[in-house]
Design a protein around this ligand. Sequence first.
Ligand code: PEP
Ligand code: MN
Length: 342
Amino acid sequence: MMIVMKEGASQEQVDAIVAKVESVGATAHVSRGELMTVIGAIGDREHVANLELDGYPGVDHVTPITKPYKLASLQFRKGRHSVLDIGGRRIGGEHFMTIAGPCTVESREVMLDTARIVKESGAQLLRGGAYKPRTSPYSFQGLGGEGLRLLQEAKEETGLPIVTELMDARDLEAVAEVADVIQLGARNMQNYTLLTEVGRSGIPVLIKRGLSSTIEELMMAAEYVLKEGNESVILCERGIRTFESAYRFTLDLMAIPVLKEQTHLPVVVDPSHAAGRRDWVLPMSLAAAAAGADGIIVEVHPEPDAAICDGPQQLVAEGFPDYLRQVEAAAALAGKAVPSRV
Ligand code: PEP
Ligand code: MN
């Protein structure tokens, strides 16, 4: 339920509505705009509806939000898409953001070499996993704390904000020291305790769509983070499981316009994990950018054939600046600003 207050409604009137909403066990989220204030009532719909807030002093109108997600809905933000600031780089609205780096932090040399190329190419954020979700327990699991230290070094040298994955709430404190954006991987999209912890941390979060999750389930995952008062959430389409086995995952490009219509949150696309092969990464990146994605998260490595994991899908770092120019041109077609050329 969304309670839209009249222009110029007083603080006392807003407080009275909040108290009413809370009196039936619901939570009130107050969003103050330049002209008007909107109160989102989250809780049992029937209880809130029974309050009949329509006639209350200061209330302009009451709109039920019929979707199960509320804070993530575009309606909640009065139809305005959010623009997030990550270490001075913006994403959302007209701002396109490229996040690039190796699959995993595997050595100092690989991390720093990649970071330099990512920086010089004009991409905005640097990625790299210190904790890796691997299908086999016998595969490389990431460098852990040492990986975080190398990310910190790359950040200090290039000034690029860092995106890195958190898999276990016990590592939150350590990850929070270096991460400008915490990545919650596809396999953890429905780890509700982890979503809640990251929500409480207040650190921006990138949530990857689960391998077999619907768009609505992705938005409900975001709702867990938003509910804790953390408004910096980026959604990521990274390919889903379908009957098709000719490539790694089916990149669901339809998710872009559908999400843009339903949520105010920025939407990025990961073409690397969907494609599984580097020569398919450019066409899918172009399609995603032209379809209106707010950004791309892509794997890049100086020598992918020698990479510890995901070698076949990682772009060769040398060709990355050229790749990025093409993606930016596609983003411009969708009306996005291209920060690296400004
Ligand atoms: C990754 O980004 O390195 C990764 C493991 O992605 P996903 O969770 O989408 O598989
Ligand atoms: Mn990977």
